[in-house]
Write a protein that binds this ligand. Sequence first.
Ligand SMILES: Cc1cc2nc3c(=O)[nH]c(=O)nc-3n(C[C@H](O)[C@H](O)[C@H](O)COP(=O)(O)OP(=O)(O)OC[C@H]3O[C@@H](n4cnc5c(N)ncnc54)[C@H](O)[C@@H]3O)c2cc1C
Length: 127
Amino acid sequence: MGARQGAVLHRRTQGLRSQDQPVPGAAIQAGRHGTELQAARIFLYAAASKLDRKAPDASKWSAMAKRFVTDVGFNVANDALQLHGGYGYLHDYGIEKLVRDLRVHQILEGTNEIMRVIIARALIGRQ
Ligand SMILES: Cc1cc2nc3c(=O)[nH]c(=O)nc-3n(C[C@H](O)[C@H](O)[C@H](O)COP(=O)(O)OP(=O)(O)OC[C@H]3O[C@@H](n4cnc5c(N)ncnc54)[C@H](O)[C@@H]3O)c2cc1C
């Protein structure tokens, strides 16, 4: 969910820049963000598949996916805001709303710190 919103936001950013000469830094960021969003999407589907199959390590995968996907989604949107400079922060452009909306997913449904605790316990074999 967060990653998808981040991807939409990123496309808007690229559209804005394509009217001018492409900004090399922005193109490099687009490559990085596209890769991270794709990795997040794959991770999300893998964790969902584990849950569907009732795999014994589904909880660990779910915690990993929740943390990773929500962190990537927020970071991509936040970077896109930064790319627009001061305009990115303004209400008029809508990016700050996406950043705020994505930020809460790092808190909701178990904070990402708690996800790290769950992952650590699973990795060291303690429940
Ligand atoms: C917009 C919004 C909608 C919400 N909707 C719902 C809802 O529909 N249903 C529902 O049940 N709840 C809902 N919540 C509550 C949400 O699930 C909690 O805010 C969330 O689980 C975090 O709990 P807390 O706020 O009590 O933070 P706390 O548990 O007080 O944590 C505070 C901070 O300390 C960190 N922390 C706590 N324990 C540890 C630890 N052991 N190790 C490391 N760090 C730690 C946390 O990560 C966090 O950063 C909503 C919250 C918001 C903001």
